[in-house]
Design a protein around this ligand. Structure first.
Ligand SMILES: Cc1cc2nc3c(=O)[nH]c(=O)nc-3n(C[C@H](O)[C@H](O)[C@H](O)COP(=O)(O)O)c2cc1C
Length: 201
């Protein structure tokens, strides 16, 4: 039996969502759990059927077992027209077996996203990412306003989950509030997972 871990499952084309995933992982580790970063392949004429099993760089591709065995899940995607990116949706669409067996029921989950424009759909994306997780019976943990960064931020950060305003060129780094909220989300997921695991015995 493996030690409990929080799966940080994300897609990132240009690195912003990846940087958020790293900060969330720091929060998870602060909460005493392993953070397992996993990504999904891009969808294009080159799909997962022909892409190498191990990506040239960055996180490994997620397997269904990574998801099945996690203690909690942080799900991240760039915003694409106010919604999650297709590669992540494609991966989630392949999780019917986990749904049929109730494998994710009762596990905590949180969501995060990155956008080019400040009002370009962070919240709609975060809400849309929650929908499949609710179908799986996961327990959605947002971010509470007791996190002072949520009131002070002039960039990303929402009660629905962590977010980042990457700017038109996609190159803005996470600012202090965005970073704090990513870490807070990771810490909250880890703490909730530990509490639930101990309650289950
Ligand atoms: C097809 C497509 C659609 C996008 N739609 C939006 C959008 O609706 N709102 C927005 O602010 N940014 C949008 N963007 C920009 C990305 O969300 C933004 O650059 C994000 O930070 C990329 O994250 P990444 O660096 O992890 O790939 C879009 C980008 C692409 C390629």
């Amino acid at each position: 039996m493996t030690a409990p871990y929080v799966l940080v499952l994300y897609y990132s084309r240009n690195g912003s969502t990846h940087e958020m995933a790293r900060q969330i992982a720091r929060g998870i580790e602060q909460g005493g759990l392993e953070a397992r970063l996993r990504t999904v392949p891009a969808i294009s004429s080159e799909c997962e059927a022909v892409a190498p099993a191990i990506p040239a760089e960055g996180a490994l591709y997620a397997s269904l077992d990574d998801l099945k065995n996690c203690a909690a899940l942080a799900l991240g995607s760039p915003t694409r027209f106010g919604n999650m990116a297709a590669p992540l949706k494609y991966f989630l669409d392949g999780t019917s077996n986990l749904w049929l067996t109730g494998a994710l029921v009762g596990k905590p989950a949180g969501v995060f996203t990155s956008t080019a424009s400040l009002h370009g759909g962070q919240e709609t994306t975060l809400l849309s990412m929650m929908l499949p997780l609710l179908h799986h019976g996961m327990l959605i943990t947002g971010l509470p306003y007791s996190e002072s960064a949520l009131l002070e931020t002039r960039a990303g950060g929402t009660p629905y989950g962590a977010s980042h305003h990457a700017g038109a060129d996609g190159k803005s780094a996470l600012d202090e509030h965005e970073t704090a909220l990513c870490r807070a989300l990771g810490l909250r997921l880890a703490k909730t997972a530990v509490l639930l695991e101990s309650a289950r015995g």
